[in-house]
Design a protein around this ligand. Structure first.
Ligand code: G3P
Ligand code: CA
Length: 268
């Protein structure tokens, strides 16, 4: 199948709920993911870290400090210890205007809990974070996907995408299961440019690329598309940026506000 055919709907701009609907609720909690689903996100984005006892959890940072009441590195704590933490109160403190009592005491979910809660029918866009800190995390991830029937044909149909800034991590996944569609993440601190050689090398293992949106231009987006690759910029929260990027031809957007992207897609 062509790269585009591997995705769930090749004619649609994918609405990717970044860390869940994290503009409305504390990121990487089941409530944020649920809200993403309600707001018509096509994919739940899950960043992965790994505990001391080898459990994959949904968390963006390598440390617990920002999004829980704990402190220190995730890799120094067991899952049982991480489960004691409050992953919601920080949001109420940081965003009093969005605070809700129900966020107090929310737990950090494991990847398995996320899949058990949202089911095989859902779509997951999973990032291996800091893979150099967590040797074996790719194997663990694929074990979980297999356990829940999300590898094999399900993966090939785009139910699961795996993304990483680490090409080494993506290549490990590709070696273990070449059917899972992969997305290479990139980051630019100046006007983005991409060579044919770079695109050809990403194409060897991935179906697309994702990068910070603010350094892009139309020529970049079109070059990626001409190479037959998907392009999913992050993290796009304002409607005028969404419209512009869609005009340029992006095939998906990571957003903290899947409700806004849904409105934009309906307006067009
Ligand atoms: O995965 C896309 C985007 O989320 C990458 O940046 O730091 O939010 O994981 P980050
Ligand atoms: Ca991410």
């Amino acid at each position: 199948a062509s790269p585009a055919d591997q995705l769930q709907n090749k004619n649609k701009v994918l609405n990717i709920s970044h860390r869940g609907a994290s503009g409305h609720a504390p990121e990487h909690t089941l409530l944020a993911y649920e809200l993403g689903e309600k707001m018509k996100g096509d994919y739940i984005e899950v960043d992965l870290q790994m505990t001391k006892d080898g459990e994959l959890i949904a968390m963006h940072d390598e440390t617990l400090d920002r999004t829980t009441n704990g402190t220190g590195l995730v890799k120094d704590y067991t899952l049982a210890e991480v489960k004691q933490l409050d992953a919601g109160s920080w949001f109420n403190e940081k965003y009093p205007e969005l605070a809700k009592e129900e966020y107090v005491g929310l737990q950090v979910p494991t990847l398995e809990e996320v899949i058990e809660t949202f089911g095989k029918g859902n779509r997951y866009y999973i990032e291996t974070k800091s893979p150099e800190v967590y040797p074996g995390m790719e194997e663990k991830l694929l074990e979980v996907l297999k356990k829940y029937g999300l590898s094999g044909k399900k993966a090939a149909s785009g139910k699961v995408l795996i993304q990483s800034f680490s090409s080494d991590s993506l290549k490990i996944v590709h070696e273990l299961d070449p059917q899972i569609p992969l997305v290479q993440l990139l980051w630019y601190d100046h006007a983005a440019g991409i060579t044919d050689a770079e695109l050809n090398s990403y194409k060897e293992y991935s179906i697309g690329v994702g990068m910070n949106f603010d350094m892009l231009d139309k020529a970049y987006v079109q070059k990626v598309r001409q190479h037959g690759l998907e392009i999913h910029p992050y993290t796009v929260n304002e409607k005028d940026d969404m419209h512009r990027l869609i005009d340029w031809g992006v095939t998906g957007l990571f957003t903290n506000f899947p409700d806004r992207l849904q409105e934009v897609l309906k307006e067009r």
